[in-house]
Ligand binder design. Structure first.
Ligand code: SAH
Length: 352
């Protein structure tokens, strides 16, 4: 990857680049609009730029491609799962979810992940590399091109840990919320993190209106360390204090994600702990029956027990939802589509 990905430049950075090239500021507006409003992927088509400038840009910059190589479409609810190939041959997953309020895209933030959460398929082979801001935005634009409709909601909940790729992630937010480009409202964006406390605080200070979702999954440090290695670096107190700071600074309510694993984190004392933390933070709880992955023998809490947990939270006046399983017919836990593809194409094995 020698040339730099120009789609990763925020408007401010693009202004700096054009100034360095001896160009007027309005050229930055033009380039930004081509990349992020018209979602153009070829410099040749940017016809209002002089040929000389296009050639100069072309010599040093590139638009890193995000191309669908496999699309699975659900006959049940219109969910579409994309396997996207990147410029260097790596593949990542993106998911389109159709809601009554519009189209929502779930994007990946890294190729693989190094966080090591025990129940998650994305982390099994570790981190391959960070995505650029442009590759994050490119996933949204690719889906838009496929369905020929606008995407108004984004969740950064695919493979990878966005706050472990902090600078590219914040550039990505600057880019897609910019009214000169895609103009996606901050309130329509959710970012999910396993809890990198210092970066939660840094994010709070940026003044975005985006929703923060914390992958809690355990309400005491010992258990959390067993299922989420990141808990060895940041205690629950450090993480929940950072979330409190996020809420106090931004006024945005925190979402607590809690993936229910039978016999591991669904006992009475676990749920009491979850209630305590949700009350302290004034957070909304999203219960996710764990999606079993081939490589581990974790099982999901049964549907009846999940409902009982929901009722218990509601009795405590906590706002709670059970994550609706979408695209059931094309499902595989996060990261499994990619793993299957790599198995088939690289090692010659096929999925059972
Ligand atoms: N790195 C981010 C985004 C991860 S994916 C984070 O940790 O939040 C989004 C959510 O799905 C996280 O809460 C993650 O813990 C959860 N998750 C991952 N694999 C899962 C599985 N097999 N079953 C249920 N939830 C899972």
């Amino acid at each position: 990857m020698d040339k730099v990905d120009i789609r990763s430049f925020t408007y401010e950075k693009l202004c700096g680049l054009m100034a360095d090239m001896g160009e007027k500021r309005y050229r930055a507006d033009q380039v930004f609009e081509w990349l992020h409003k018209r979602k153009e992927t070829s410099f040749d088509n940017m016809t209002n730029l002089p040929k000389k400038l296009r050639d100069e840009i072309c010599a040093a910059y590139d638009i890193y491609t995000v191309s669908p190589v496999k699309i699975l479409s659900s006959g049940l609810d219109g969910t579409r799962k994309y396997l996207h190939m990147l410029k260097d041959g790596n593949v990542i997953e993106t998911v389109l979810l159709r809601y009554d309020y519009g189209n929502s895209v779930c994007i990946s933030s890294q190729v693989g992940c190094r966080m090591g959460c025990r129940f998650c398929a994305s982390t099994i082979d570790g981190l391959e590399r960070n995505l650029t801001a442009g590759e994050m935005a490119g996933q949204i634009y690719s889906v838009e091109a496929d369905i020929n409709e606008r995407v108004g909601h984004v969740v950064v909940m695919g493979s990878g840990e966005p706050l472990d790729n902090y600078d590219s992630f914040t550039d990505f937010i600057d880019i897609i919320t910019d009214g000169r480009g895609a103009g996606i409202g901050g309130r329509n964006i959710t970012v999910s993190t396993c809890g990198i406390a210092p970066n939660i605080r840094r994010l709070a200070d940026r003044g975005y209106a985006i929703t923060l979702a914390l992958s809690l999954h355990a309400a005491d440090d010992d258990l959390r360390r067993q299922i989420m290695p990141i808990a060895n670096s940041y205690s629950l107190k450090e993480v929940t204090d950072a979330c409190r700071y996020y809420f106090d600074t931004t006024g945005r309510r925190i979402t607590l994600e809690y993936s229910l694993i039978e016999g591991v984190n669904d006992r009475m004392e676990d749920i009491s702990g979850l209630i305590r933390i949700a009350k302290e933070l004034g957070g909304h709880v999203n219960l996710i029956p764990v999606n079993p992955i081939d490589e581990r023998d974790y099982r999901s809490t049964g549907a009846k027990a999940v409902s009982a947990i929901k009722n218990k939270l509601e009795k405590n006046r906590i706002n709670v939802t059970i994550r609706r399983e979408m695209g059931r017919d094309i499902q595989g836990a996060c990261g499994q589509l990619r793993r299957g593809f790599i198995r088939e194409n690289v090692s010659g094995e096929t999925d059972a």
